[in-house]
Design a protein around this ligand. Structure first.
Ligand SMILES: CCCCCCCCCCCCC/C=C/C(=O)SCCNC(=O)CCNC(=O)[C@H](O)C(C)(C)COP(=O)(O)OP(=O)(O)OC[C@H]1O[C@@H](n2cnc3c(N)ncnc32)[C@H](O)[C@@H]1OP(=O)(O)O
Length: 718
């Protein structure tokens, strides 16, 4: 709703009231319409101020209303009536003015903002466009290039930038509503002719066609198949080329194509999923709202390879003082050079400064005696990690939290090497650790609620999306990835090429297909793990060469590594590169010959494989593992898995994440396809639909937001 009162004798003050962000729900819109009518009809009122309660102007349209039957007054005429008013209307912006909130402000005649406010039109991130006149008013106010940038990226700008762009008329450090009321009094009776943005023309530009062509190329390149950024460009083009009324028609038309799209549903699901991940809980009763994190001021990183350096930078950027330990002198020397330059680059990107002495380097573990938290990032080798944890347990204060950055090893086993296993958790970063948003926080059987809460909070402080997951081989993300990789290898055995598989995945929206990605990460990493697991034995011949522990196995990755092809770092992998460390993947005839010979050796007759099979085999098996992970309680809900995949593995956000994608495709179809593939490949047990997936289908395939209830109640009949 909205509250209306008269202040300072002649100013009608309208306060939006819908905590926490004053979203423009039906009742808020009704409140605004009623209040504006009252203010305009009251002769004592000479001007109007619109503000939001609790220091937030408005977070935009109520996203929860979008999937439902919409009621209440529509936004467009509401904003039009405000702009058409014959008394000055001033927006007093505090906190946020986003989406419909900024569009409401653009309908006002003046905009005054607190210096700490953030403004933006983030609709594109929800699969929409600013369809309450935003695409038509903003270019008229600040020019086409600047408006294109804000609308197609959805980025939030500071009040200072908004002032510079011309979105705001005034920025204050004081009480914004007081300043706006004084301002409203000062402009009483002034002509509003030059204040109605819809009456402006866009500033003329010399070469409009090439500007829009370039903009279209840019958004198509970045969008990976997302449709909203393209529609945003088309809408701004309408503003630049059509009169306002026609531009509004075009905006409406384009919004109609987006509004009910699967992409909009996926992106809006993901908006709430991200927030749901923050309300974590563990089976032992640790919870986001009751478990108390410990303060962490000083942290240590053990091992300064690629991951350790990234973690050191991320900790320093979060304002912690860091002890960085590396026992190999050469590696330590390299890290001492690399870390400061990574920090410098980060500071340039983020406009921040970091005290250079916030990091101290040491060659001995003894240097971590007084830290609050340690993150171990040594080589992925259990014996080595055991030794590190034993040492840490002796050296550190008794209450120091001991974390491991292992990507798949047993956190409980590492905890058992210490005197305080309750203080051990996994903090699984993704490379490059100072850039990637995802952090898997892995709780062990004995991890205390405080330990989990501390790791989760530290992740947040580092700007990460922290997802709490249980302890199992590969945790959630890598455990699912293993199934995806296996299917990709099997497809090569059956006749596909890396190019075909990658093309299908990239057209789906991944930034890189599985083989290009493997070349970037390094093929030797997985090889080492498979060797440690006793899997990578290429001396086997006949049918046993492609079977391990009774299941189908492809030794293709092992064979490539035996040829010294580790990916980009060696200049050869699934593709060839112009030099070791080269980045541009080129098709490699050697690899195609190698695949032909391999198939011939094993009596495999290559067949035609289409993109649909690639997607179904690779993605459905990954999704199936996701259901298994949910069933076992390793992840608490589908949102956790979706956040992991979007932030850590490049799953296209406009497809919502793997579990949402399964919901979109239809659980019955996923089961049917998995069963069909399992029939064709009976020695791949992971193609058998998981128990939870079958139970959901048996219960009528409830929508994704109801899955948690089914998971909680294992015997649920819904
Ligand atoms: C035939 C078809 C015809 C089609 C016709 C269509 C007609 C309808 C079209 C009308 C035109 C619409 C044009 C306008 C569109 C929009 O405005 S879309 C919304 C744009 N706004 C945003 O994207 C902002 C989203 N919010 C945020 O970025 C942040 O919440 C914040 C405002 C910056 C505050 O951040 P913070 O303080 O960190 O709080 P959070 O944890 O993020 O949020 C707190 C809770 O509030 C919920 N929430 C936030 N914003 C909204 C919102 N706009 N609607 C609903 N709910 C919102 C958020 O989910 C949190 O709640 P929980 O999830 O329960 O934790």
């Amino acid at each position: 709703m909205a509250q209306y009162r008269r202040v300072s004798g002649s100013v009608g003050l309208i306060t939006l009231q819908n905590p926490p962000v004053n979203a423009l729900s039906a009742s808020v819109r009704q409140g605004i319409v009623d209040s504006v009518k009252r203010a305009l009809g009251d002769q004592k009122v000479k001007s109007v101020v619109i503000c939001g309660q609790n220091g937030v102007f408005c977070g935009g349209a109520d996203i929860r209303e979008f999937g439902r039957q919409m009621s209440g007054p529509p936004l467009v005429p509401m904003i039009h009536d405000i702009e058409a008013a014959n008394k000055p209307v001033v927006a007093a912006i505090e906190g946020s003015a986003l989406g419909g909130g900024l569009e409401l402000a653009l309908g006002c005649h003046y905009r005054i903002s607190h210096s700490k406010a953030k403004l933006g039109l983030p609709e594109v991130t929800l699969g929409l466009l600013p369809a309450a006149g935003g695409t038509q008013r903003l270019p008229r106010l600040i020019g086409v290039p600047a408006a294109l940038n804000l609308i197609t990226t959805g980025r939030h700008v500071t009040a200072a930038e908004a002032l510079q762009l011309g979105i705001l008329d005034h920025v204050t450090e004081h009480n914004t509503v007081d300043v706006a009321v004084k301002f409203a009094l000062s402009v009483t009776g002034e002509s509003l002719d030059g204040r109605r943005i819809s009456s402006f023309s866009c500033a003329p530009l010399s070469d409009l066609d090439s500007l829009f062509e370039e903009a279209m190329l840019k958004v198509r390149g970045a969008a990976r198949g997302a449709i909203a950024p393209v529609a945003c460009v088309q809408a701004v083009r309408a503003a630049a080329t059509l009169p306002y009324a026609q531009g509004m028609e075009r905006e409406k038309e384009l919004m109609a194509t987006l509004f009910h799209s699967g992409q909009a549903r996926a992106l809006q699901y993901f908006f709430f999923a991200q927030r749901a991940v923050g309300r974590w809980s563990t089976p032992s009763g640790a919870r986001w709202d009751t478990s108390q994190p410990r303060p962490v001021r000083k942290a240590a990183v053990i091992g300064l390879g690629t991951m350790g350096r990234g973690i050191t930078v991320a900790l320093a950027q979060a304002g912690l003082s860091v002890v960085a330990v590396e026992t190999h002198a050469k590696q330590l020397m390299e890290a001492k050079k690399a870390v400061p330059s990574m920090l410098k680059r980060g500071a340039v990107r983020g406009g921040t400064t970091i005290e250079p002495d916030s990091i101290t380097y040491s060659e001995t573990v003894q240097a971590v005696a007084d830290v609050d938290l340690v993150i171990e990032a040594v080589f992925e080798d259990m014996a080595l990690k055991e030794k590190v944890f034993q040492q840490l347990s002796i050296v550190c204060k008794p209450d120091t939290l001991l974390c491991t950055n292992t990507s798949s090893l047993d956190v409980d086993h590492l905890a058992s090497q210490t005197r305080h296993p309750e203080l051990v958790v996994g903090m699984h970063f993704f490379a490059p650790a100072h850039v990637m948003k995802l952090l898997e926080v892995v709780y062990g059987r004995r991890s205390s609620p405080a330990a989990v809460a501390t790791a989760m909070q530290l992740g947040k402080k580092m700007g990460k999306v922290s997802v709490a997951v249980g302890n199992c081989r590969g945790f959630a993300g890598n455990r699912m990835l293993k199934r995806y990789l296996e299917q990709a290898f099997f497809l090569l055995e059956e006749g596909a090429t890396p190019e075909l598989v990658d093309r299908a995945l990239e057209e789906f929206g991944f930034p890189m297909g599985v083989f290009r990605m493997s070349d970037l990460s390094g093929l030797d990493v997985g090889w080492r793990v498979r060797k440690a697991d006793g899997l990578a034995d290429t001396s086997l011949t006949g049918t046993s060469a492609r079977v391990r522990q009774g299941c189908r196995y492809s030794p293709l990755g092992d064979l490539l590594c035996e040829h010294g092809r580790f990916g980009q770092k060696t200049g050869r992998g699934w593709y060839q590169y112009d030099k070791p460390g080269g980045r541009v993947a080129k098709s490699d005839p050697w690899l195609h010959n190698f695949l032909d010979e391999y198939r011939a050796r094993h009596g495999l007759v290559p067949r035609c494989i289409d993109q649909q099979e690639v997607l179904e085999r690779c993605l459905f098996v990954l999704i199936n593992e996701g259901f298994q992970i949910l069933e076992e309680g390793i992840a608490a809900g589908p949102e956790d898995i979706d956040a992991i995949y979007v932030f850590g593995y490049g799953w296209p956000r406009h497809r919502g994440g793997p579990m949402f994608y399964a919901d979109m495709v239809g659980l019955e179809r996923v089961v049917e396809r998995l069963e069909r593939y399992h029939q064709a490949h009976p020695n791949v047990p992971y193609l058998q639909p998981s128990g939870l997936l079958r139970r959901l289908v048996a219960n009528g395939s409830p929508p994704i937001h109801k899955w948690r209830n089914v998971i909680k109640n294992r015997n649920s009949q819904l």
